[in-house]
Write a protein that binds this ligand. Sequence first.
Ligand SMILES: Cc1cc2nc3c(=O)[nH]c(=O)nc-3n(C[C@H](O)[C@H](O)[C@H](O)COP(=O)(O)OP(=O)(O)OC[C@H]3O[C@@H](n4cnc5c(N)ncnc54)[C@H](O)[C@@H]3O)c2cc1C
Ligand code: FES
Length: 316
Amino acid sequence: MENDRANDKKGSFGAKVLSNKATRKRYWRLNLELDAAGSRLFLHVKPGQFAEFDLAGVSLPPASAIPAELCDAACRQIILRRPFSFSDVKLISDSPPAVSVEVLYRIAGPATLRMTTLKPGDRLDIIGPLGNGFSVPSGKSGAILIAGGMGSPPLQHLAEYLRANHPKTDVVVFAGAKSLDDFPFTVQAGDDGTAVPVEFARLGDRAWVATDDGSAGFHGLVTELAAQWLDENAPDPNETIIYGCGPEVMLAAVAGLAAAHGIDCQVSMERMMGCGIGLCQSCAVETAADAAGETVYKLCCKDGPVFESKDVSFRL
Ligand SMILES: Cc1cc2nc3c(=O)[nH]c(=O)nc-3n(C[C@H](O)[C@H](O)[C@H](O)COP(=O)(O)OP(=O)(O)OC[C@H]3O[C@@H](n4cnc5c(N)ncnc54)[C@H](O)[C@@H]3O)c2cc1C
Ligand code: FES
């Protein structure tokens, strides 16, 4: 296996907001330029790695912009940093190196609500890059990316990474959400009436969407769509790898598909994170028992968030 998963260098650095725009109701796209220290650290960031953002000092939006169901939570103090992965990481200048990153986020509570007030020129304090990202084993000529809801950002980054570093890999993408309004990326109607996930399709990847309510693309679960494709196309298991990111119940289904087809599979897990650096033990992921039959817990922030799917005992 290519040793391109670990990237142990991490640190604290500053970032300047370049833009911060709503893409859909509750979904936003934040672009940041990292300072010199951050840019050096992010030169070799891997898709699936994440960073911890300090959002304590960011202002709340006006009351009229706070969704009713978040009114109570909105004023909570932001004591802990919040983890975010990246949908894109770009070198914008060579000498000295300057890196910009893109974060797609969904308003979920007080911290993400505050993020919506960030404007160009504002500064953020970040720690990263953290954790272990996706790896690209040698000998795999096909990659199947399966994203659910907010699971798409690291897979968008992975698709870009594969295009740049493994251009011969045949990439196929399945992205699912509850409804058309729940995709964090752009979905457009294709010429043949299909729904096209633009950020994946523009890389030349074959890419499809699925929605639980049938409002765009395949009507059903994204794993049902991927299962149909696997049955019809029967890719060579030795030459194929599946990557998944999304809700745990979806990842369990992805792991099941991979096992049924004998295909290697990596999944990016999510846990509530207190510290993001392996100190607080709040992010345990149960993994396969050791030789003595004892349950083994690993830390999502330090050992993951990306794990081999066969090693994970999913919480369902
Ligand atoms: C490795 C990693 C990468 C992430 N990448 C992204 C990303 O790219 N874009 C994005 O929008 N979000 C991402 N998240 C989730 C993001 O960290 C949370 O949405 C954010 O911390 C919510 O903060 P808040 O104060 O707005 O809401 P909170 O009040 O903290 O949370 C709102 C609700 O979301 C739930 N929640 C919060 N964090 C998590 C979590 N980690 N796992 C499961 N449930 C959670 C809470 O239980 C609560 O019900 C990522 C999380 C992890 C662990
Ligand atoms: S978040 Fe603290 S140990 Fe993982």
